[in-house]
Design a protein around this ligand. Structure first.
Ligand SMILES: C[S@@+](CC[C@H](N)C(=O)[O-])C[C@H]1O[C@@H](n2cnc3c(N)ncnc32)[C@H](O)[C@@H]1O
Length: 428
């Protein structure tokens, strides 16, 4: 197909899908898409309109592709279109609490914003906010007057999203910026304490250990993960609805690296006989205990445990790892899995919910390929780790211990993580 045909195809599809979205909005008396301060924050199109959501997603992908192709007509323009300033705009907005300096529904000035931050000068606020306006974070309805957009209102009102933006810019962006320096300094390292994150934070501790010493950063990162999980693709219902947990009856599940236990809570609520043990590093478990739902106290317990040391819970039915192993280089994954061998009873299962990279070239869209390769890079930036294809996961279990029978897995509908299973065929 020639490039000309491709751009015509793309734009035809964009027009058709835009008509579909617009038709839905008009039929339901909904406002046109905008960044108006009062635009509905949960989104214009409800989840129970999947066809319209699909049309919206197709527009997002096709317009990005069309833009890429148009920029690519002039390769030097394509190269020079890469910009780091988006991250700075978002970072400044959350770092200095700019969106919280004036209430929704009101207007302010650069001077008043600067005074409210207690740190920034008026000229710096003007510079930062005027760039943020170009990214639809804030509006400037009249010269020198700042008002909220839907984006700044969201950042002002939703602490989880604000924490996500803080972690994305202070933790991830800084780690990314130092990754080439780390790779040059520690060539080929498979150690989680020689990463871009470590260089950026001037630490020789792996990220989660470092966070244990900085509670506010740990809290924010945990909130960022929660915000991630609240998106459709990360919903906890993908865990509860896509594995036969009910077959375990009153069995025991160990939620290894279970954070504050939000997944275990959802499982305990849906399966009223199931017992769950949430394990994580000590500060995380302290927090988990302080916010434990009292109605689940008889079935959900909390245990500080470092999974780089032998697993202390013997004879559980399932050892569940959600978004854990992809954070670790292979030699550490092997150590984590082998740390369980001594406590597994015959038929016990290691259930993993994690990313699985599709075979190269089999991904449906360029946007999805970019998303997956981006996640792979995040693993490098933070942990010196990487995402894995299904064959890599199979090989990992085989190398950890030949008595694991890898049974493969499945991708729950709408989820971005697979569930896969290895059953213990050894003796107790
Ligand atoms: C990406 S989060 C996943 C949390 C949770 N399983 C989920 O599905 O959202 C990784 C978790 O591993 C925990 N963790 C990191 N290193 C650990 C270690 N050595 N031992 C136990 N937990 C650890 C972190 O504190 C964090 O809660």
């Amino acid at each position: 197909m020639s490039t000309t045909a491709s751009i015509v195809d793309l734009s035809t599809r964009i027009a058709a899908n835009a008509a579909k979205v617009n038709g839905y909005l008009v039929a339901h008396s909904l406002p046109a898409p905008s960044f108006d301060e009062n635009a509905p924050l949960p989104g214009l199109i409800p989840a129970d309109a999947p066809e319209v959501q699909a049309a919206r997603m197709a527009i997002i992908q096709d317009t990005a592709e069309l833009r890429r192709l148009m920029l690519g007509c002039t390769p030097r323009e394509y190269v020079m279109s890469f910009s780091h300033n988006e991250s700075l705009s978002l970072q400044a907005t959350v770092r200095f609490g700019l969106a919280k300096t004036f209430p929704p529904g009101s207007e302010t000035t650069f001077g008043a914003m600067a005074a409210a931050t207690g740190v920034l000068s008026e000229p710096n606020v003007r510079q930062l906010v005027r760039h943020a306006v170009t990214k639809n974070i804030f509006r400037e309805p009249r010269p020198g007057v700042v008002a909220h957009s839907s984006i700044s209102r969201l950042l002002a009102e939703d602490n989880l999203i604000s924490d996500w933006a803080g972690a994305a810019t202070d933790d991830l962006w800084q780690a990314a910026a130092q990754t080439c320096n780390a790779l040059a300094k520690y060539p080929g390292s498979e150690e989680p304490n020689t990463t871009g994150f470590c260089v950026a934070n001037n630490t020789d501790k792996p990220m989660y250990e470092f966070f244990s010493t900085v509670p506010e950063r740990a809290r924010r990162f945990a909130n960022a993960m929660t915000a991630f999980s609240e998106r459709e693709a990360g919903l906890v219902s993908h865990v509860t609805d896509n594995y036969p947990w009910g077959d375990l009856g009153s069995g025991t599940v160990v939620d290894v690296g279970g954070s504050t236990g939000f997944v275990s809570h959802a499982l305990a609520r849906k399966f009223p006989l199931l017992k769950l043990i949430v394990q994580d590093l000590p500060p995380v478990i302290e927090k988990a205990k302080s916010q434990a739902p009292p109605e689940l106290a008889d079935r959900v317990s909390y245990m500080a445990h470092d999974f780089l040391t032998p697993q202390p819970v013997r004879g559980a039915d399932v050892y569940f790892f959600r978004s854990i192993l992809h954070n670790w280089p292979t030699k550490y994954c092997l150590r984590i899995l082998r740390n369980h061998v001594g406590v597994l009873k015959p038929g016990a299962r290691v259930v993993v919910m994690d990313m699985v990279l599709p075979d190269k070239g089999t991904v449906a869209s360029a946007a999805e390929e970019e998303r997956l390769r981006g996640l792979d890079l995040v693993m490098l930036e933070l942990f010196n780790a990487h995402e894995r294809e299904m064959d890599d996961w199979r090989a990992l279990f085989a190398e950890a211990d030949a008595r694991f029978e890898f049974k493969g897995g499945w991708l729950p509908k709408g989820s971005n993580k697979w569930i896969f299973v290895a059953e213990w065929k050894g003796e107790s």
